[in-house]
Design a binder for this molecule. Sequence first.
Ligand SMILES: Nc1ncnc2c1ncn2[C@@H]1O[C@H](COP(=O)(O)OP(=O)(O)OP(=O)(O)O)[C@@H](O)[C@H]1O
Ligand SMILES: [Mg+2]
Length: 287
Amino acid sequence: MTEPMPTTAAPLIGEGSLDPDALETVIAADETRFRHDYLEIRGLRVVFDGFVAVAGVDLTVTQGDLRFLIGPNGAGKTTIVDAITGLAPATGSIRFGGVELVGKASHKVARAGVGRTFQTASVFDELTVLQNLDIAAGAGRKARVMLRRRKGIPDAVEAALETVGLAHARDLPAGVLAHGQKQWLEIGMLLVQDARLLLLDEPVAGMSQAEREETGQLLQRIGAQRTVVVVEHDMEFLRSFASSVTVLHQGSVLSEGTVAQVQADPKVVEVYLGRGAGARGSSKEAS
Ligand SMILES: Nc1ncnc2c1ncn2[C@@H]1O[C@H](COP(=O)(O)OP(=O)(O)OP(=O)(O)O)[C@@H](O)[C@H]1O
Ligand SMILES: [Mg+2]
């Protein structure tokens, strides 16, 4: 992955001073590094003891998309997230940013820029918000580097605190946070790990209406630059915030498109409402 620096590039630090042009180049490169990020899943299969949980799924999610993955219980949503993150036995192809993830161990998938949350928040209750983020920022880094970072709050941690709206709570133990805030902290932890693909499994489950609204806006902010896949049951939340939707059923893709398109798809109506329910395209009844 690492390309040799072109020999014509001006050195960043020459004769004891910073070259502003070279610095510009590096900053611009940082912006463009997201541009080719996309998730491309082809022919994904996950079989548990002969039971086919994911039966040949194709899925493409581009950077800047906010994709919702929905489907009835047991459709295979979480299993797909598990397969992407190296936690379920998968065949087929899962590429992110051009890197093949099938067959990679979880920590290598994380290093490829893929982060996920679980349905139950996994933050350290007894540590402060800042300490949780600091640990996440240090994950996979050498102790020596972490020690050096201790001197101040790393920029990435500061930025994540702002993005997830927890700057005011930085010194509180995570255990006292509201349920929604814990989910935001988890998302913040993915940001400081520099996850460029975020996979969120039912992030608004158990949240209040106000927390859902804030979470949706947070995901839109994050999704503008990163690739975000949200597994969700909450149809109201989906209608408000999804930019595209993939509907899964029994391990296969049943329908895909905008919210309006999938809601109007008779196959989706049938799966959610049962045959002959006659509420096609009606959003209220669909929930
Ligand atoms: N480790 C496992 N071993 C055996 N079967 C499994 C395993 N994990 C999942 N399954 C099965 O695979 C199917 C898909 O499960 P999965 O958890 O992906 O569904 P889901 O779409 O996330 O459902 P929900 O909306 O209930 O969370 C289910 O039938 C489930 O029982
Ligand atoms: Mg699930």
